[in-house]
Design a protein. Structure first.
Length: 415
């Protein structure tokens, strides 16, 4: 590998990290250094983020330890056979960059991933050393998110959890068949086994801290994972089912979805075009319905097209579900339970909570509800207020064009 200076390494390895979507800094314990001790903070806005043109959230210091890798996953631009420029940080270079960027007020934390060099254990040792040095040698109190390697020794992953706020282990692809075909060197049972061990460590440490204040913290922001969307034949219905299973079995904080991006010198088994980014967005909306709107996984999957298994791109999954279940509407905003109100297209969680509080004191009108949402047009066919009942709208066969957002011309010569 050619000798590169630190700036050149940063340019290569920051760009290589952009395909990792899971960079949120929520859910960790609060720490600060305002008392004169330590360096960094997890309070306020957490990690400073940049937003790429495609809408992806990117941390200002989201880097790979190295983009060299002994694996040859078809979908990965950093695979062994890929013709890309390689670079590698030492553990102390990452520590130095993190502290320098923090002191310049560019970042509030570190998101660190890596290709696999020499062996999974060796790579994991380097990742752990970065977090250990930041915490113990420099008393860094900012946010640290580490991507861990499922094939590494469980003891190393446990060490990572003692220093990091969040750990993540990528399941890579939604289906076992897709993983076997596109990443034959990776094993779904090994990945899930590592996630199961991580869940156990998080729960055991949580129980210990309830009994002993001196018990060490372990990944207080939990674990997350990421799936690549569009590299294999998995449908949105498959992906929703997979995500629900991961949430249920491993207690994940988040499942992230990353739309497949065509890469240079791509394998013939990969699709020639990337899926629409709107598909990724619809999957996040579907995920939101399960996590915050009390939808069961089978209800969310029911929003997908029966023939293709794909979520509609022109309307959101919540509206798609409502149009399929017209018999559940309209609901009376003054009497309906919270679960029924959460299913009304256009009403968010905060709006529903405000409705439940407000209706204790007065009967709500359509104008009252309109103040809680961006557009009342989508709401009108699905709810009843003290001065509104959708007598004709509720029975219309052509309701979808009336409530779907208007089509927009975004780019005349879009690829």
């Amino acid at each position: 590998m050619a000798q590169l200076d630190l700036r050149e390494k940063l340019e290569i390895l920051a760009d290589a990290a952009k395909y990792d979507a899971s960079c949120a800094s929520s859910g960790t314990s609060k720490r600060k250094s305002s008392g004169g001790k330590g360096l960094g903070s997890t309070e306020g806005m957490g990690i400073c983020h940049a937003y790429a043109p495609d809408g992806r959230c990117i941390s200002l210091l989201k880097i790979l330890l190295t983009n060299s890798c002994i694996f040859d996953c078809h979908y990965c631009i950093n695979r062994k056979s890929s013709n890309v420029r390689r670079a590698r940080f030492t553990a102390q270079e990452v520590v130095r960059l993190t502290l320098d960027f923090y002191r310049r007020n560019y970042i509030e934390g570190l998101f660190l991933s890596s290709g696999i060099i020499r062996s999974p254990d060796y790579t994991m040792e380097q990742i752990v050393e970065v977090a250990r040095s930041l915490r113990e040698d420099h008393d860094f109190r900012g946010y640290i998110h580490l991507k861990t390697i499922p094939d590494a020794d469980p003891g190393l992953i446990h060490q990572a959890g003692l220093h990091a706020d969040r750990l993540s282990i990528n399941v890579e692809l939604p289906t076992v068949a897709g993983l076997t075909r596109l990443a034959p060197e990776k094993s779904a049972p090994r990945i899930e086994g590592a996630m199961r061990d991580l869940k156990r460590d998080i729960e055991d440490t949580g129980d210990a801290r309830k009994r002993y204040r001196s018990a060490p913290k372990f990944a207080p922001a939990g674990q997350s994972t990421q799936m690549i969307v569009g590299a294999d034949a998995a449908t949105d219905r498959d992906i929703v089912g997979r995500a629900a299973g991961l949430y249920g079995r491993f207690g994940l904080r988040r499942v992230y979805y990353s739309a497949f991006s065509p890469i240079p010198d791509a394998s013939a088994v990969l699709p020639l075009q990337r899926p629409p980014l709107l598909r990724e967005h619809r999957l996040y909306q579907s995920d939101w319905l399960m996590r915050f709107y009390d939808y069961r996984p089978d209800e969310v999957a029911d929003a997908a097209d029966a023939a293709t298994g794909m979520m509609p791109l022109d309307i959101d999954p919540k509206l798609a579900w409502a149009l399929k279940h017209r018999d559940s509407f309209p609901v009376d905003v003054n009497t309906a339970p919270r679960q029924a109100l959460l299913r009304v297209p256009g009403l968010g969680v905060k709006a529903v909570d405000r409705i439940l509080i407000s209706r204790r004191w007065r009967r709500l009108t359509l104008a009252d509800v309109a103040r809680l949402t961006v557009s009342v047009k989508k709401l009108k066919p699905f709810l009843i207020t003290s001065d509104w009942r959708p007598t004709l709208l509720a029975d219309r066969a052509d309701l979808r064009p009336l409530v779907a957002p208007p089509a927009k011309q975004m780019e005349l010569f879009a690829a």
